[in-house]
Every structure is written in C-alpha cells, then in structure tokens.
Write a protein of this length. Structure first.
Length: 234
C-alpha cells in the first residue's frame, strides 16, 4: 500500500505541486524518503516573516496553492493533502508556490489507504476541522477545505488561525466549542468577498464547504487591493 501511494505521488505533475524526483522505501515498507526540488525561498511561513510581501504577491501565492489543491482533488481517486498549512507550501525563486509534504496524504478510495495507517489525530491541530475531533471520523476533501481557509487566512494576513490560543489543548477546546477563527473580523474587513469565502469553508457542516475550484474562482475575481493593503492590519 505504501509503495502504491509513493508511485501515485511520483507521477503527479503540476506547476503548483512539488515534483517528486525519486523515493527510497526500506525493505520492510515502513520508512519512505521522498526526493524533491529545493525551493530557494523556503516555506510560506518563513517567506512571510522574512520578506513581508505585498498584498498582490500574497494573493497570487494563495492562488497557486489553491490551483495545486484542485489538481490533487481532481485525481481519480481524489487525493486529500491532509496537512495544509504555510509550512507545507514552498516558495520558489520566482515567488510561485508549490504544495509539499504529502506525508499525510491519502487517495480517497472505498477503504482507508495511504500513509495514515495508525490511529489517532494526524496533522496540525491549528488547521483541523472540528469533525476530526470525533472518534471514527475519516478526513476527506471537506477537511482539506477547512484547512485551506486557515492557510489562506495566514497567507493573506500573516496571522495564524486561533492566534490568541496558545498550545494544542487550547485550540482543541476552541474547536470543540464551535469557535471559529476570529482574525478575519478586522484583518479582512477591506476584502469582504474573501472574508465570506473563508466563513463558508469554516462551515460546521462539511458538505456545505465549497470546493477548491469554487475558491479559486473567488480568488481570481478578487481585484488588486494593493492601494488599501496598508489598511489591512498584520
């Protein structure tokens, strides 16, 4: 199963999905090492902290990541990323983004498959959708879309979701109580279409969350607001 998943990843080809140049799999099929291209500007989190890019660049990077997610979700069977966050979006020399780190990805077949074969929570809690806290709930494309909204929030504003919550336990309590990331209230007030989009992705009903295709459409229709970017507090 692990070997099959590695072969799937190795043949993925998209401008915004980090290409796998090769992989090593030990004789016991327990350890996998992926070999991929080095991206000069590091991950999105590092890039935002070091360069503080303009609004237009931030918006383009989120578009890139969304385009890559569409590609994963459109595979047959679909591929769920499983750990969308700024640390798993790499930035190349030309300031274009690629999705990376497929250590938690799954192809969504009838039965659970992929690298997430052990039980328990997998991923980064701050980007979890609330249903993942429930026992027996299997992550799917809708949980990716919740995490995508968290990624977009941080990419556009530099503020992590639940930024005022310290530690995983505090974030889990917030999720369990139905609390949504509040950073959009002041940080995206000048781009209401994006604020509404993120709120849709944070729907408590997974089936009501929009697709990555829909999200990219909204991003593409968002005009440049570089002239008001100084008003977007970060």
């Amino acid at each position: 199963r692990l070997a099959r998943e590695l072969k799937v990843w190795a043949r993925l080809q998209h401008p915004h999905v980090l290409p796998v140049l090769g992989y090593y799999l030990d004789n016991y099929y327990r350890t996998a090492v992926l070999i991929s291209e080095y991206q000069l500007r590091g991950d999105l989190k590092e890039y935002l902290e070091q360069e503080d890019p303009s609004w237009d660049i931030r918006l383009q990077l989120i578009r890139d990541a969304t385009d890559g997610l569409i590609y994963l979700h459109s595979q047959d069977p679909p591929i769920r990323h499983g750990d969308l966050k700024p640390g798993n979006v790499l930035i190349g020399v030309e300031r274009r983004a690629m999705l990376a780190d497929f250590g938690l990805s799954q192809t969504l077949e009838a039965e659970p498959t992929g690298l997430t074969t052990s039980s328990g929570l997998k991923g980064t809690v701050r980007y979890f959708s609330p249903e993942l806290l429930e026992q027996g709930v299997r992550p799917d494309l809708s949980s990716d879309m919740w995490a995508w909204a968290c990624l977009a929030l941080e990419g556009l504003t530099g503020r992590a979701p639940y930024a005022t919550r310290t530690g995983d336990a505090a974030v889990i309590l917030a999720l369990a109580s139905g609390e949504l990331p509040s950073e959009t209230e002041s940080l995206l007030i000048h781009v209401p279409d994006l604020k509404l989009l993120l709120s849709k992705c944070w729907s408590s009903a997974p089936s009501e969350r929009p697709s990555a295709v829909y999200c990219l459409g909204i991003l593409n229709s968002t005009s440049s607001v570089s002239h008001t970017s100084d008003k977007i507090e970060r």
